[in-house]
Design a protein around this ligand. Sequence first.
Ligand SMILES: [Zn+2]
Ligand SMILES: [Zn+2]
Length: 176
Amino acid sequence: MDYDTYGSNAVELAIDLANADRDDPQWVQVFLDAHVEWFTDGTPLGLTAPDAGSVERTATLVRDVALADSEPEVMARLNALLDLASPKPYATAHDGDLHLHYARPDADAVEQLTTTVAMGLSQVVVQHGWQRLGVCAAEGCGHVYVDTSRNASRRYCSNTCASRSTVAAYRARQRT
Ligand SMILES: [Zn+2]
Ligand SMILES: [Zn+2]
């Protein structure tokens, strides 16, 4: 599967956000601090409680898109997510490679994040199909993923989950 690097990175950002561990009440702040490279230099990353709530809503919507199991459902949820985005694309070469950014460089952190993940996710769905997003088949995992394999055969969020499940299936066969 071949899609542009920034677009593919933006969808990975969306997946990271959807899979963020929300047990820590400060998880939104932890997430932003771990992804500073996504924000224009100087963007204030200290969020108010309502802003953190907006990020949480975005995370839930991304997850909902990945969990949807029909095309109409994926499209409806994707459009709910896009409703929150304020795209203002611009071309840049700031890191040496020509690419598009989706959000205004002077937007606040919530707008930059929401717009980037909504556009990244949408690009993958409309270019490669709604089946490209899924939820990990490993027992007790629940992480979502984007399937970039050539034949769209992915079932697990990570190699760890894939091998854990292979071992579990092997043991289950041995017991019977
Ligand atoms: Zn960039
Ligand atoms: Zn998993």
